[in-house]
Design a protein around this ligand. Sequence first.
Ligand code: BTN
Length: 265
Amino acid sequence: MIDSILAALPGDFPWQNQIHWFDTIDSTNTRAKAMARQGAPHGTILIADRQTGGRGRLGRGFHSPAGMGIYMSVLLRPQCPPEALMHLTCAAAVSMCDAVEEVTGIRPGIKWSNDLVIGHRKLAGILTELTLGSHSERVDAAVVGIGINCCQAVSDFPPEIRDMACSLEMALGSPVERAALAGAMIRHLYRMDNALPQREQILTRYRRDCVTLGQEISIAQPGLVRHGTALDVDGNGALLVRLPDGQVEAVNSGEVSIRGMYGYL
Ligand code: BTN
């Protein structure tokens, strides 16, 4: 598999000697953070065929069976304060839409903040984790992990997510070449890394892909579920929501559900 992935990259690709393939791993994000502590360089990429402890946002797991998906993390060492990376997950989401579109012709939507969706079903998730340097306010490591469902049929998903998840093969009705997609993901992540300073351009593209905007949503935060209308995404990637009392609030965290999607009726 690694040979096919490398074949999908240009011969002089700057990160090509830093791509690590694993048949089985606990979590590519967890391993990328461990490699960062041991001094792994900017642009280290980890890809796994299977994860035994794939992780998602809000402490959830990410189902990562062998032969079905792409589970990838990129380690960035941007040496900047964390505030300068508030749009990193948005940038990764747009670049993953670009990669999927390039290989399949289908452009997924983005459900704020970190899910790629096709129709009403989740295709992929992104988990971004920042580690600060021990004696500084600067980011020592930024790990962006992406899991994309490629080859699953409906029955391959666990019952609890069967009605909400989809794969590229389900959407296309034909097989997907995982190595070609992994190669495109790596190329688009490299391009994203170079484009990170262009925050407004990235967010303009994110807003275009974001299916949450204009929708009636619910926001679940610890001990509190509220309803509102998703208006916009601000310059930090936060979701601007109009609440029933007319106030507009910037939401940074929590579970946002869209009315009519994934069981919010
Ligand atoms: C989510 O759905 O909330 C995010 C899912 C992110 C899953 C990817 S798979 C590769 C990387 N390793 C992990 O453990 N998680 C991310």
